[in-house]
Design a protein around this ligand. Structure first.
Ligand code: FES
Length: 502
């Protein structure tokens, strides 16, 4: 897509205003190097930041960083890759168990900070009609929730709310175009995503004492929410999952529902995302916590990091000192490694599961020591490298998760050995390598034989709630949950330092 920008205009700001969705992990702070555009005509002098974050080849090809040009020196024409159309999954035919057949279709929505996942379910038989995953268009304002809160203050909550409503609205329109009835919609996300979805100011979630505007299940009419977007939208209830605390949102409640953690003892759920959220059931109480892992597990703040989109390197192995990898979006089977391009999908960067496996391999082959020291960049393919700065960011993320696990177990009074089952969810889905997670000490070795990788438990949980249509269970989960605040936990600092080591 080519965009004309007038002299004096802010380049990234102009793209944001026009709803052009480019990646801007750091939210325009000139740190991540992701907001790449290509200069077609006009002048955009190369800045010091661009010299540092872009390669010589990229600069020579006219690549620039949108956020480095707050006042364009001339009228310019730029080429932009719009990532909003990056549909990651197509329809996935699945059948869910339903005990109460009823007419119509239901829509389950998981608003992730990185991706939006939606499923249309036939409520008569639990049949999954379609499943869609798209990038969260709010990413143009940054990869993490703090960037989104800042953007709400700068541009208004309505602006960011509208971006998500538009995407969900596309699925609603698709369903309505078939002439079918929508009976209800169930929505979950972290507390900040849920606040924005409802058009509520999320500022209090980022300021002490970190409280939600609301915590209980919300019910709102579709016309109230989508009315401005779709004039003739029929009325149906939109149910938004309850929040447990500012940093443990409806997506965790959805995960608890799906894994039945509320009905079984000593079961643990770990979500490896930007915020590592965890829940552990013990003697009728659901202990929860959240730890700021940063976007490393989703490919953010890593030099060649990308989300789990086609072309992302999702698996890395080193054989005879040669790096082998697998790309998402190819038809190759898991475990069937390929070099270079496959099925015309080109490697564009490394996603979370690729880093997990790649860094684990580098440790096994002695290329990273236990302190995280790596002598030099490692080439994965062409200009795609793993670099020492990535290892530091990764260590921060992995230590945050492991420290959270350790303290949650201590506060619940449950040992690693006593936990019966552990479920891991996260943006990289079922593709993470469990052995690598243990090798990296992200999860304890005692979990090795009782851990299951589940993928997106939030969407599955939303589907569950959609089919059960039972608000009571949600209220019970909420009432039985307690939040362990790691920021004020006296043991957290020493755990955090200790767990930085590999
Ligand atoms: S460097 Fe421009 S958004 Fe991060």
């Amino acid at each position: 897509m080519r965009i004309a920008v007038t002299k004096g205009e802010d380049l990234l700001g102009t793209l944001q205003k026009r709803n052009i969705h480019i990646s801007a992990f750091c939210g325009g702070k000139e740190k991540c190097g992701k907001c790449k555009v290509r200069l077609i005509s006009g002048v955009l002098p190369v800045t010091d930041v661009e010299r540092r974050l872009l390669t010589k080849e990229e600069l020579a090809a006219g690549v620039r960083l949108a956020c480095c040009h707050k006042k364009c020196e001339s009228d310019v024409l730029i080429q932009v890759e719009d990532v909003s159309d990056a549909v990651i999954l197509g329809a996935e035919q699945e059948q869910y168990v339903t005990s109460r057949p009823e007419d119509g279709l239901g829509i389950a929505v998981d608003i992730g900070t990185t991706t939006l996942a939606m499923a249309v379910i036939d409520l008569r038989d639990g049949h999954c009609v379609s499943e869609t995953k798209v990038m969260n268009p709010q990413r143009i304002y940054g990869a993490d929730v703090i960037n989104r809160i800042e953007a709400c203050q700068k541009y208004g909550v309505d602006k960011l709310q509208g971006m998500v409503l538009q995407e969900v609205g596309k699925v609603i329109r698709q369903v309505l175009s078939t002439g079918q009835k929508i009976s209800r919609m169930v929505v979950c996300g972290n507390s900040i995503m849920e606040h924005i979805f409802l058009g509520m100011d999320p500022r209090k979630l980022s300021e002490y004492p970190y409280v939600c505007e609301w915590e209980e299940t919300q019910r709102i009419d579709s016309r109230e929410l989508f009315g401005e977007l779709m004039e003739n939208i029929p009325s149906f209830p939109v149910i938004v999952m309850p929040n447990i605390a500012a940093f443990v949102g409806g997506d965790v409640v959805a995960g608890v529902t799906y894994t039945e953690l509320d009905r079984r003892d000593k079961i643990m759920l770990i979500d490896l995302g930007t915020n590592g959220e965890m829940a552990l059931s013990h003697e009728g109480v659901i202990y929860t916590t959240s730890t700021a892992a940063g976007p490393a597990f989703e490919g953010g703040n890593m030099v060649c990091g990308v989300a789990s989109v086609p072309g992302a390197i999702c698996r890395i192995q080193i054989d005879d000192e040669e790096v082998q990898y697998q790309i998402l979006g190819t038809s190759s089977n898991a475990g069937n490694y390929r070099y270079g391009m496959a099925d015309k999908v080109y490697p564009i960067g490394i996603c979370g599961s690729g880093y997990i496996e790649g860094i684990s391999e580098l440790i096994t082959h002695g290329m990273i020591d236990e302190t995280g020291y790596m002598e030099q960049d490692v080439e994965v393919e062409g200009e795609i490298h793993i670099v020492p700065a990535d290892i530091r960011n990764f260590q921060l993320a992995k230590s945050a998760i492991r420290s959270g696990i350790n303290i949650l177990c201590q506060r619940a009074g449950v040992s690693f050995e006593e936990i019966k089952e552990i479920y891991i969810s996260g943006g990289f889905g079922k593709s993470a390598n469990l052995a690598a997670l243990i090798n990296l000490k992200i999860i304890p070795k005692e979990f090795a034989t009782k851990t299951r990788l589940l993928g997106n438990t939030a969407l599955e949980g939303a589907i569950h709630v959609l089919l059960q249509n039972d608000d009571t269970r949600l209220s019970t989960i909420k009432a039985r949950s307690i939040y362990i605040d790691l920021a004020n936990d006296p043991d957290f600092p020493k755990e955090y330092v200790k767990n930085m080591y590999f």
